[in-house]
Design a protein around this ligand. Structure first.
Ligand SMILES: *[C@@H]1O[C@H](CO)[C@@H](O)[C@H](O)[C@H]1NC(C)=O
Ligand SMILES: *[C@@H]1O[C@H](CO)[C@@H](O)[C@H](O)[C@H]1NC(C)=O
Ligand SMILES: *[C@@H]1O[C@H](CO)[C@@H](O)[C@H](O)[C@H]1NC(C)=O
Length: 492
């Protein structure tokens, strides 16, 4: 299956390369052809728009530039709708045949090629960092043990909990939703776990594009270290995730810590074709995953998280689907993905598109986008398993598209008129990523128009590393959504 996919991809890649090579190397010869082509009367030629690129660069030159001012300076343009970019020829029977006109197509190829090269270089840089990193990734490194005193127990501190000022020792900590206690950084399990999943993902994807086995060797090493090796392994449970100091156990919300596991699980099948892939290690990993899943299903923390109405529940579902798939329980994954999608859309989105369980949080903008990301992951999985969750409409008219549309005007207006408490900024980078995917799914010209306005702001946020936004375009993710569903990097 995988080999077949890779083969198809390689053939496709080779064809693309030959095509590009022919196209570019014969450029002078083709000039006439191009001119002839675009002079068909029905074609509506628009030159690429260098001014957009220039103003983005201008913004980035001066980091203290005001976003709003720059965005207003963006030239007003019609959305680059595909419909007026078509040319027509007539076939031998005199029937019209439409095609994307030549200058527009040439522009597209040029961008595609640039995006591909940029993506590859960013990906390989990350994979090389992961490859060269020889420090130990292990829950056993933390200086403070969980209340179990077992160094192999994972622990993370509750994000929004602070010392109680009315208690001498501050214990137990009390909640202030939306205000992150920087003390969470003192227990590294959480950030190490995320790093582990991202490293393995990058290594797997780098192998996919380069066939270089060193990446796989390193990924296997990391899997061994975290899940298998008796000295460094993590126990397959989350009893102490999102732990509030002064209490005995962690909380159900800590189950969210494990959700990026999908990054690792989706890159493992890609690596199986390498001679450095290790079947014994994978068998041990599967044992770990099975035990962990059983813990999730039977423990009150796991069951509580599954029953959550907000983003925690949605991400639980995403996690469960990937885990079931990895354990080869495909039929259960299929059933689960459909039921979860319907449940989350029905209960998590209103007829207006508002996500009420997120808008009640003090960081309502962030959580509305965060849950929408999980809904995208869920919709993608449901579609993968044969149910069109993207277009599912609930009994009151709720849908994922409505949730996208609900946020759009506020993204464009920097939150003006947002009717909920929001103690943080109206960052758009994550939303813009979703909007690009939304355009792939529902080719709505409003989305393209909005992207023209929002992209410079998203790029500025990336440049300033807001929320650790990565400096990269959405190329791989868009491509994955349209093709193999396997290189799904863009959604948190
Ligand atoms: C950058 O912004 C600062 C403050 O707005 C301004 O004083 C400075 O002239 C700007 N520099 C450039 C190169 O535009
Ligand atoms: C390796 O990864 C660890 C854990 O994220 C990090 O603290 C360390 O700085 C990295 N080392 C290098 C050389 O990149
Ligand atoms: C594989 O990648 C590593 C790291 O970039 C590099 O040092 C090595 O030469 C590569 N091997 C091959 C066969 O290309």
């Amino acid at each position: 299956m995988i080999i077949q996919k890779l083969l198809t991809l390689t053939i496709f890649g080779t064809l693309c390369f030959i095509f590009l090579w022919t196209f570019w190397s014969e450029n002078p010869k083709n000039e006439k052809q191009l001119v002839l082509d675009v002079s068909f009367p029905t074609s509506d030629i628009q030159q690429p728009e260098p001014e957009t690129v220039k103003s983005t660069t201008e913004i980035l030159k001066n980091k203290s530039t005001n976003d709003d001012k720059e965005i207003k300076n963006e030239p007003e343009k019609n959305p680059p709708s595909i419909s007026n970019k078509l040319s027509t020829v007539y076939d031998i029977n005199g029937n019209p045949k439409e095609y994307i006109n030549s200058r527009y197509y040439a522009n597209y190829l040029n961008i595609l090629r640039q995006q591909h090269h940029q993506m590859l270089s960013i990906l390989l840089d990350k994979a090389d960092l992961a490859l060269k990193n020889n420090s130990v990734y292990s829950v056993t490194l933390k200086p403070q043990l969980a209340p179990s005193n077992d160094p192999h127990d994972y622990m993370s501190l509750a994000r929004y909990f602070w010392p109680n000022p009315e208690k001498q020792n501050g214990l137990p900590y009390i909640g202030r939703d939306g205000y992150v206690n920087p003390e969470i950084e003192t227990v590294k399990d959480y950030s190490l776990l995320r790093k582990l999943f991202k490293d393995i993902e990058n290594l797997g994807f780098a192998y996919y594009f380069t066939r270089n086995d060193s990446y796989v060797e390193k990924a296997v090493y990391r899997i061994q270290e975290w899940f298998v090796n008796p000295e460094t392994r993590m126990n397959p449970n989350l009893y102490y995730a999102s732990f509030i100091k002064g209490q005995e156990l962690g909380r159900k919300t800590g189950v969210l810590d494990m959700h990026p596991i999908y990054r690792m699980l989706q890159s493992i099948p890609i690596m199986r074709s390498s001679r450095k892939w290790n079947l014994l290690t994978e068998r041990k990993l599967k044992d770990w995953i099975s035990t962990y899943y059983q813990w999730l299903e039977t423990n009150s923390l796991g069951r509580g998280e599954k029953a959550s109405k907000n983003n925690h529940g949605t991400y639980y579902d995403v996690q469960a689907i990937y885990l079931l798939s990895y354990m080869d329980r495909e039929e259960e994954a299929r059933k689960y993905s459909r039921e979860a999608l319907i449940n989350r859309v029905n209960k998590g989105i209103l007829a207006t598109g508002q996500q009420p369980h997120e808008t009640r949080r003090p960081t309502s903008w962030f959580y509305s986008i965060f849950n929408l990301q999980a809904l995208f992951l869920l919709a993608e999985r449901s579609q993968y398993f044969g149910f069109d969750g993207w277009n599912y409409v609930g009994p009151k008219g709720q849908s994922i598209k409505k949730a996208v549309d609900y946020l759009l005007p506020f993204a464009l207006s920097n939150g003006k008129g947002w009717p909920f408490l929001n103690i943080k900024e109206f960052e758009v980078n994550s939303y813009v990523r979703l909007l690009e995917l939304a355009y792939v799914i529902w080719p709505d010209d409003n989305y393209l128009e909005a992207l023209i306005i929002l992209r410079p702001k998203a790029k500025l946020e990336q440049a300033l590393e807001y929320r650790n936004a990565d400096w990269e375009d959405n190329y791989l993710c868009v491509w994955s959504l349209m093709t193999n569903k396997q290189l799904w990097t863009c959604v948190e």
